[in-house]
Design a protein around this ligand. Structure first.
Ligand SMILES: Nc1ncnc2c1ncn2[C@@H]1O[C@H](COP(=O)(O)OP(=O)(O)OP(=O)(O)O)[C@@H](O)[C@H]1O
Length: 397
């Protein structure tokens, strides 16, 4: 297994805090493996084995624990009562009804470090989740970044192979099991991941019997990543394909797709008015391999795909990201983290006119502004704005 220091270090840094750590992310992104890596770390730190309680609710051993009572009983048998800190690692906890009450009870009653995983945001909303509100820290995880991808492939960041590695990353994405697979089976693995999310997580939850609308909607969103989209536009597009649906249904599915961390909705922020616009948002998909899979393996618009990769990488780096508006101009991303703000424009090619720089130069504040390009240019800056080739940007520390 490949170490994922970015995430493992977060777990280690937080391990003395009382907050419950919740590892969230799309299916197959590596949540269970991260939990196992943390368990190995604890063992190396000489934490007594009986004080590390690991339960995977998808495993044969714990599959029958689906109720609060059974879960509580099992835990009371496993927890040593010597007052020493216990490390409770709970994988796919959402399988247990009422788990929030039990986990909160442990948090209150025992000297404990609790780490849980889940692949659906709904586990953190709803009535019971209020028991945990303000008492947990989310550690969002994503498929491999490009830097992780190179590491897994054993490619040095300054080697000649980096550009072709980027092409592969762009095509098949960063799901760990896809990255390590032979090329001939990558598409099959991606289809499997796609079906798990769509059929099990979304369709089953929503009670969708006919998945035609859902699948067509996903195809539309994947084909239009980075474009302004709203529910009525989706309804009309599907209608043109002969598929009838309603705004209500589309909105419900959009929520489910976001809850499953498959798509992210990005709101538009009016920089001058300092407010969010209540208009259309843009959708981005969690992984470029899944995008290609969802649209029937067509390539689609390169600039939008590039924007998608930048967006997910900004999330990975811990930014909150909006699309910016300044009068009639658009700023691709406003990325914020604590007191830092970064304005990002993404362009496949540097145009001869100064369109990309114009938009950024209109923003009259001193925060950092960059242009990320899909092609390599010798120029380092235009009108004081750094021009950074996507591959270099993805590999920045
Ligand atoms: N760090 C890693 N190194 C190598 N392979 C990995 C790593 N993380 C994940 N994988 C591969 O990806 C697969 C999926 O990982 P994992 O089961 O941890 O994902 P998950 O997010 O828990 O998935 P789900 O939500 O569907 O349960 C693993 O079976 C493994 O093959």
């Amino acid at each position: 297994m490949f170490q994922r220091p970015v995430y493992l270090n977060q777990l280690i840094q937080l391990q003395d805090s009382d907050f419950i750590k919740v590892i969230t992310g799309v299916r197959r992104s590596g949540k269970s493996v991260l939990l196992m890596l943390y368990k190995e770390y604890l063992k190396k730190e000489n934490i007594a084995e009986d004080h590390i309680i690991y339960m995977n609710f998808e495993s044969f051993e714990y599959q029958t624990i689906t109720t609060e009572e059974k879960f509580r009983q099992q835990l009371s048998e496993l927890i040593p009562k010597d007052g020493q800190r216990i490390y409770l690692l709970l994988d796919e906890i959402q399988a247990v009804d009422g788990w929030q009450r039990v986990v909160n009870g442990i948090r209150v009653s025992f000297n404990s470090n609790i780490v849980i995983t889940g692949s659906n945001a709904s586990m953190l909303s709803g009535e019971l989740a209020t028991l945990l509100s303000g008492r947990y820290i989310e550690i969002p995880i994503y498929p491999f970044s490009f830097a992780e991808f190179l590491n897994v492939k054993g490619i040095e960041p300054n080697s000649r192979k980096v550009d072709s590695a980027y092409n592969e990353y762009e095509k098949y994405g960063g799901f760990p099991s896809v990255v390590i697979a032979e090329e001939s089976i990558k598409d099959t693995i991606l289809s499997g991941i796609f079906d798990t999310i769509v059929l099990n997580d979304v369709a089953l939850r929503a009670g969708v019997k006919d998945v035609v609308v859902l699948k067509s909607m996903i195809r539309f969103l994947a084909d239009n990543v980075g474009q302004l989209v709203n529910a009525s536009k989706i309804v009309n597009t599907l209608k043109n394909e002969g598929i009838e649906t309603t705004i209500h249904t589309v909105n419900r599915y959009l929520d489910l797709l976001e809850n499953g961390y498959l798509f992210y909705r990005v709101k538009q922020y009016d920089i001058r008015g300092r407010e969010y616009l209540k208009t259309n948002g843009k959708y981005f998909i969690v992984d470029s391999g899944l995008r290609r899979n969802a649209v029937g393996r067509k390539d689609g618009n390169y600039s939008n795909r590039l924007e998608n990769i930048v967006y997910i990488e900004l999330l990975r780096r811990g930014y909150t990201v909006d699309v910016g508006r300044l009068d009639s101009k658009e700023i691709d991303f406003i990325a914020r983290k604590l007191d830092e703000t970064l304005y990002v424009q993404v362009a496949y090619e540097l145009p001869n006119n100064t369109h990309e720089t114009d938009n950024l130069l209109k923003i009259k504040d001193n925060y950092k502004k960059i242009i990320i390009t899909g092609r390599y240019y010798e120029v380092e800056q235009v009108e004081g704005i750094p021009i950074i080739y996507i591959v270099d940007w993805l590999l920045e520390e």
